[in-house]
Unconditional design. Structure first.
Length: 297
């Protein structure tokens, strides 16, 4: 007999859902929680399926929730669901399995063939919990690097490093970013560049120029996890230039009082695979990975 009750989606649950998510975002370096407004916007889209959101209550208090997104995998002719597993408040660990079991029943009714979850050993015991539920690793999507910014390695350069100037630098930044990441085009490219420049958590946005030509640039921001910052953008015409930018950003981060810097790199993207060496040359160490774990239903 359980004291928990599982309820279907209701828009009035979103605020508490975000509150619970923030509990995890503040202690996990590899998770960020969207705002109430952002969640409402996502849930207002035609692609949102409310039946894939489940909420656990003990009495009148919401103590956890779980969600999933279903995608059609055309090449395999199956439906696949993606979930982060259940988020439950401390003291209500018993709701974790209950929420997952209920979600599986919903997914089976929707003829989902398999379910996958992204996990890292840095996020409490969730990797182990996933394995206990029958998930197994299928691939790595992100490698995670950490650095103490007070131990930054400095590099000599003849080029000056200055703050980014949106008015004079934006076109070169967009062009170089588009060349480095060809899939980033049109409005997505415009919006990405704008978000970086206007990010309220920006700690530094630095540029190396020679004769008004941008040779390298990068940005650092704080994260939802207290004490952690991240290098959120890095573009450069050479490895040496990128190292100068990284070193400069680490100095800015250290001056701002942050104790750790985290960087996420995709090992399947050639440019980011090369950048791993640049980050390690400036003091970063590979600490973990974000893996996709899969379970057949």
């Amino acid at each position: 007999m359980t004291d928990y009750t599982i309820k279907p989606y209701n828009e009035s649950f979103i605020e508490k859902q975000v509150e619970i998510g923030n509990h995890f975002a503040q202690k996990w370096i590899a998770y960020g929680q969207s705002s109430v407004e952002q969640v409402k916007e996502v849930y207002s889209r035609d692609t949102f399926d409310p039946e894939t959101r489940l909420y656990c209550f003990k009495g009148d208090e919401m103590v956890g929730y779980i969600g999933a997104n279903i995608v059609d995998v055309e090449e395999e002719k199956i439906k696949r669901a993606q979930t982060r597993l259940a988020f439950v408040l401390p003291g209500h660990e018993g709701a974790f399995n209950l929420l997952f079991e209920q979600l599986v029943e919903v997914l089976k009714q929707k003829e989902v063939a398999e379910i996958e979850t992204p996990q890292t050993i840095l996020n409490d015991n969730y990797y182990e919990l996933a394995e206990k539920l029958g998930f197994s690793k299928t691939r790595t999507v992100t490698e995670i690097y950490l650095c103490d910014p007070s131990n930054v390695k400095h590099f000599k350069t003849e080029n000056s490093i200055t703050d980014y100037n949106h008015e004079t630098d934006v076109e070169q930044v967009k062009n170089q970013l588009g060349e480095t990441y060809p899939n980033l085009t049109g409005d997505n490219l415009e919006n990405y560049v704008k978000r970086i420049a206007e990010n309220e958590n920006l700690l530094g946005y630095r540029v190396i120029k020679k004769d008004n030509e941008i040779l390298a640039y990068g940005a650092a921001t704080s994260t939802q996890n207290e004490g952690f910052a991240t290098v959120s953008l890095l573009i450069g015409k050479s490895s040496a230039l990128k190292k100068h930018i990284i070193s400069d950003l680490l100095t800015k981060i250290n001056e701002a009082g942050f104790k750790q810097v985290v960087v996420y790199l995709n090992p399947e993207t050639p440019v980011e695979k090369e950048e791993a060496e640049d980050f390690m040359s400036t003091g970063f160490e590979k600490s973990a990975s974000y893996d996709i774990l899969t379970k057949k239903l």
